[in-house]
Design a binder for this molecule. Structure first.
Ligand SMILES: [Zn+2]
Length: 123
């Protein structure tokens, strides 16, 4: 079992952060621009456990959330604006949409993996 930590922005809950490794290191949210120090961030502690699919799903969610925040947020904001889901720039609403998407994507990937494993066993 490996303990691990995930950090989230105290202003918008995004996992899309630049954080130093040392105590009192500067921290910055790439999504909403919040700036502070490492100790001000919200921390989620979890344990990697090879046997636990729940912990695996949580770690996968955290990883995917960082990717969405870093690589997908800007493109997704344009799509949401185009379709009227974000009538005006609103970082908090965008962050909530992204978390909802990551949650759904996490479940979709795990379900698809189970379908593929079942198909492999059946053949
Ligand atoms: Zn933020």
């Amino acid at each position: 079992m490996t303990p691990d930590k995930a950090f989230f922005c105290p202003a918008c809950s995004s996992a899309c952060l630049e954080v130093g490794a040392l105590a009192q290191a500067p921290a910055r949210c790439e999504l909403c621009g919040w700036e502070g120090v490492r100790e001000e961030l919200h921390v989620h502690e979890f344990v990697h456990e090879s046997g636990s699919s729940e912990e695996m799903a949580r770690a996968f969610f955290t990883d995917l959330r960082a990717v969405f925040g870093r690589d997908v947020a800007a493109s997704m904001a344009r799509v949401l604006e185009k379709w009227g889901f974000l009538p005006e720039p609103d970082v908090q609403s965008l962050a909530r949409y992204l978390v909802a998407m990551v949650r759904a994507a996490t479940n979709a990937v795990i379900e698809e993996r189970q379908r593929q494993e079942k198909a492999r066993h059946a053949s």
